[in-house]
Design a protein around this ligand. Sequence first.
Ligand code: RIB
Ligand code: CA
Length: 314
Amino acid sequence: MSSLRKIIIDTDPGQDDAAAIMLAFGSPSEIEILGITAVAGNVPLSYTSRNARIICELCGRTDTRVFAGADKPIKRKLVTAEHVHGKTGLDGPVLPEPTMALQQGHAVDFIVDTIRREEEGSVTLCTLGPLTNIALAFEKAPDIVSRIRELVMMGGGFFEGGNITPAAEFNIYVDPEAADIVFRSGVPIVMMPLDVTHQLLTRKDRVGRMAEIGTPPAKAMVEMLEFFERFDVEKYGSDGGPLHDPTVIAYLLKPELFSGRECNVEIETKSELTEGMTVVDWWHVTDRKRNAKVMRFVDADGFFDLLIERFARI
Ligand code: RIB
Ligand code: CA
């Protein structure tokens, strides 16, 4: 049994963010969520901070502290993804408006204060959206960087290319300056790029097993995923959509599901053609600092077995 992992989830829900948060809630003996911080991304902050609370209430976890963070990238105009996630970002099921309140205070201050308060090396940052909140926290309090156990993030891509431009994955593309700050910070990074998440399609048999759980959270999740996947199914004719964000939590629970290697990763922030690209030195052709553990392979069946087993616990 792995020891209890204390985490902060920074997120822009997003149906796949919801699946990641639900996976964490389904693993209480391995994961303690210190707080959830919302960031603008898939949809504006007003929706992401609402959606995070809807997910907590759906899972019966109104004890969770949810904070609102940045409502736009550090430098750029916000780009959102309603074309994938719907207007609310959590389209699919009909869910009640949240009754639990947002916590007072800004998400960035919560991140800084929590990392300063908790034992050094005990907090893991799990990022599921643009890295704006994290970069602002590092800029405001550089002392916290060395106190973080690791930052496990969904974002970027290399051999798989991009999903919002040919070169860039959405989370990085929305705020490349923030990603650049984080990847240069020295924080230990585990990166879950599209190269991994595109192997994790919400195939009918997998969603069918989720539906068999039969609980309200599982039913709502199935309806979220059936909405979420329609974009990829209609556009690419794929057998389901790529389930991106739960890879971050799955890594904490079963790291053996994934494999990759330490690489140098740098972020393109200048070129209009490739802005937001994660330039991954997979073949180690440079002597640049290997600043991230970049995952490339995943046991897809093992991943969905874990997801379904944990969803059933809620
Ligand atoms: O590119 C996929 C990522 O962008 C996921 O985190 C999804 O939720 C969106 O935020
Ligand atoms: Ca996300």
